[in-house]
Design a protein around this ligand. Structure first.
Ligand SMILES: [Mn+2]
Length: 195
């Protein structure tokens, strides 16, 4: 069964269309109007080996807030839909990823219960045209719309570009691990019988 989902969302602030294939090969077709955010989403797609089409038109004349937050909401929705009933998947995923001086821990559980925890603080307010404050808003939105428990810890780092890029790649690899199908798991991996 294909694990692909598409979702479109149009509001007065943003117009977003995303398609995600969990069993892709890392092809990204991404345009958000924010070059650094495109660079991050391409890293997510490439390193998670997800195929991701992400076309976003947002009110960048205001700032990058709505564009990035709403992309997180819709990406969370397609993750939730593509994962489906969660039968046969690993459910948990963890990655500790180095990016030069930065070392990022990401750990997640596709539990159905949203919860976001992060200790990450950035040394600069912006990278390119992206406000570093929006990293939290983006991942918080994903955790809520995907129904995911998502943790980040920055074990070391002092360059915002490296720290953020490490977070997106660690998230990709943790999500790839959590969505991996294991033939030993014949049902949903939960003592409750559902997630
Ligand atoms: Mn980079």
């Amino acid at each position: 069964m294909e694990r692909i989902a598409s979702f479109s969302r149009i509001t007065k602030e943003t117009d977003i269309a995303i398609t995600l294939n969990l069993d892709g090969s890392g092809k990204g077709d991404i345009s958000t109007g924010i070059s650094f955010f495109d660079h991050m989403l391409n890293g997510f797609s490439r390193h998670g080996l997800f195929d991701l089409t992400c076309q976003v038109k947002g009110d960048l004349e205001v700032d990058c807030h709505h564009t990035i937050e709403d992309t997180g909401i819709v990406l969370g929705q397609v993750i939730r839909e593509a994962v489906g009933d969660k039968k046969g998947i690993a459910r948990y995923g963890t990655c500790i990823l180095p990016m030069d001086e930065a070392l990022v821990l990401c750990s997640l559980d596709l539990s159905g219960r949203p919860y976001y925890v992060s200790d990450v603080e950035f040394p600069t307010e912006k990278v390119g045209k992206m406000d570093t404050q929006m990293v939290k808003e983006f991942f918080y939105a994903i955790s809520y719309s995907a129904g995911m428990n998502l943790h980040f810890k920055m074990l070391s780092g002092n360059n915002s570009h490296h720290m953020i890029e490490g977070m997106f790649k660690a998230f990709a690899k943790a999500l790839d691990m959590a969505t991996t199908q294991d033939p030993r798991i014949t049902d949903v991996l939960s003592t409750k019988g559902s997630l």
